[in-house]
Design a protein around this ligand. Structure first.
Ligand code: ATP
Length: 229
């Protein structure tokens, strides 16, 4: 069971006159089998939240727990292992390596984490679903932004993580691709029992969400899943 909880998290960047209080007492929980959507305007703190949630940034105060254990209680090595084994990031920058073909981006994952990744057939299904199977021999620079985004999603799913944290995973996609990605994320939550957390501006994802939250000026609140956007 890979449940995930954020308690009383505050994030302050800078000091003195440059001080910005970006997250205010944020509380959040996600359980396996659910897709949580966090919406909010640009600059409201969504990416900062996701970075803290994934243990890439230690908050000014508050705790983040995965399976009941706080990141603070783990050594750096344990945190790195947890991220590698349990958390799949889909970040705004795609972080594809420019000198590797798309196929080799996946082989690189095998080198870092040799076990527990999707089987070749499972990866094939994901690539097929995302419509990127024909791109395996290309380099990132030969792909459109939307294609790179879909490769980045497939690469995040390849290690078969229990928790998926996605930052604007549909920003570069047209409507038909948005539906495909939304269905894929929903399927991962419901059929594969993963905890999926997506931060986005994209109101087209609302209908797939089990839980809807709003981030506003660094305050996170629960929103009823109604089409207020
Ligand atoms: N390292 C940093 N140092 C100082 N301020 C920062 C830092 N990172 C983020 N901020 C500020 O924190 C606020 C929230 O930024 P964040 O990127 O979390 O917002 P967001 O809701 O994800 O926005 P967007 O949707 O545009 O990505 C912004 O005012 C931003 O300028």
């Amino acid at each position: 069971m890979n449940s995930f909880s954020v308690k009383n998290v505050n994030q302050i960047f800078g000091t003195g006159t440059a001080k910005v209080h970006v997250l205010h007492d944020v509380n959040f929980e996600a359980d396996p089998g659910s897709l949580s959507l966090i919406m909010g305007p640009s600059g409201s703190g969504k990416s900062t939240f996701l970075t803290i949630a994934g243990g890439l940034l230690t908050p000014t105060s508050g705790t983040v727990k995965v399976n009941g254990i706080s990141y603070n209680e783990r050594s750096k090595k344990e945190r790195d292992a947890l991220r590698l084994d349990s958390i799949g990031f889909v970040l705004q920058e795609y972080h594809l390596l420019p000198y590797l073909t798309i196929a080799d981006q996946f082989k690189l994952v095998d080198k870092v984490k040799p076990n527990g990744n999707l089987s070749p057939d499972e990866l094939d299904d994901v690539l097929e679903t995302l419509g990127i199977k024909s791109l395996l021999n290309k380099y990132p620079a030969e792909l459109s932004g939307g294609q790179q985004q879909r490769v980045a999603i497939a690469r995040a799913l390849y290690p078969n993580p229990a928790i998926i944290l996605a930052d604007e995973p549909t920003a570069a996609l047209d409507s038909s691709r948005v539906s495909v990605v939304a269905a894929l994320l929903k399927n991962l939550a419901v059929k594969h029992n993963k905890a999926v957390v997506v931060v986005t501006h994209d109101a087209r994802l609302i209908e797939s969400a089990d839980h809807l939250y709003e981030m506003s000026d660094g305050y996170l609140s629960v929103k009823e899943p109604v089409n207020n956007y």
